[in-house]
Design a protein around this ligand. Structure first.
Ligand code: AMP
Length: 172
């Protein structure tokens, strides 16, 4: 099994001083690493009955659609405001300075859809928690949350809905 953690590039002080940016692009660029990461992302959910994956703007679009295809699920993008032409649902969340929001075209998510929320990184957890609210307000059921990497020191899991399973593909 390729060493995914060794291939991850951590860039200090990007995009601002004090942030250790987790750059996953080396794992996208290498065919063997890309396949291994998708295998690792999909494995925990193989028997979970996931019908839809919701990927978070924008790096949740790198692996989310391929993950959905592996699970035999559909894919919906949760996008920043103003990007989806017929968005039905909005959830806002706090940033270090100010707020941001995600939108979903909830009409494309069937009622009761067993939905896996996916992003590349969970840091403080606010973004993923907003995506969970979107899914629930669109009538979906949260099957779980899937991340490539967790920055555990930031405690983001505490923001996530209680009792919903979480998977992290690369221990770091
Ligand atoms: P948060 O809401 O704090 O959990 O932030 C998660 C979102 O910000 C994800 O969409 C990530 O792509 C991005 N993000 C936050 N921190 C980092 C980091 N250190 N490296 C790469 N992406 C990050």
């Amino acid at each position: 099994m390729p060493d995914l953690a060794a291939a991850l590039r951590t860039v200090p002080d990007f995009p601002q001083p004090g942030v250790a940016f987790k750059d996953l692009t080396p794992l996208l660029a290498d065919p063997a690493l890309f396949t291994a990461l998708l295998d690792r992302l999909a494995a925990p959910w193989a028997e979970a009955g996931v019908t839809h994956v919701v990927g978070i703007d924008s790096r949740g679009f790198w692996f989310g659609p391929a993950l959905a295809a592996r699970l035999g699920a559909g894919f919906l993008p949760a996008r920043k405001p103003g990007k989806l032409p017929v968005a039905t649902t909005t959830a806002s969340y706090a940033l270090e300075y100010g707020r941001d929001a995600l939108e979903l075209q909830g009409q494309d998510l069937p009622d009761g859809a067993r939905t896996l929320v996916h992003d590349d990184v969970i840091a403080t957890g606010g973004t993923a928690a907003a995506a969970c609210r979107l899914v629930e307000s669109a009538g979906g059921v949260l099957a779980g949350l899937s991340f490539a990497i967790e920055i555990a020191a930031l405690g983001g899991r505490r923001q996530l809905p209680e009792g919903v399973p979480v998977s992290v593909a690369i221990a770091s």
